[in-house]
Design a protein around this ligand. Sequence first.
Ligand code: FE2
Length: 215
Amino acid sequence: MAGTLHAHVDWHYLMYEFRQMYRFGSAGGSKPIRSHLKAVRNQLNAEMALDPAVSLPEPARLPVVDWLGRALDRGRQTPTASLVDTIDRVQHQLAWRYGYDRVPRSLQGKYAFAELMGPKGPVVSERLILGLVLLTPGCTYPSHAHDGITESYICLSGTLSENDVGVYAPGSLLYNPPNHRHRLTTGDHEPVLLAYAWSGAPERLANQKMTFKKS
Ligand SMILES: [Fe+2]
């Protein structure tokens, strides 16, 4: 189904709720995080004002999607419930992917991501990538970094840790500047649903590369 964002009401509200998170979410007193929040919301404002094309992919599921129902159920009881509700509305239209030619063993069956906005859609943008990551309980997402891309994750459901520093619950934001190595682990009992935003130069966003640390 093609068209523009205004004609896809559920997708419009998904983008709207994403923007609310980046407008009203706390930067915790951090200047770099505040400027990242501002960059994401300004870019999202600009993209929404253009009424971008929406190009919905063929829906695709992976084994981890079995956990999505529980993640949404728990996410509806958190401060991020408004965004979680909009995800529920479009969940049948999402294309879940691994994104790697060879999936690391620690992630097989335990992880997938679905893009919401980016150069290839579903909401088309050359300048901002937004998406979701779903992880099972007890999952380790190996150490990786993003070249030339500033990343934030917002926890929507479950609890996780990054680089063994702190434990993050729904509403928390994790900030990863370009080339910052980060490794995620999830709690033992609940799946984790994350929203993510990638900002960077269009050529970087078009050629995004994950690099795993060999160990
Ligand atoms: Fe990352």
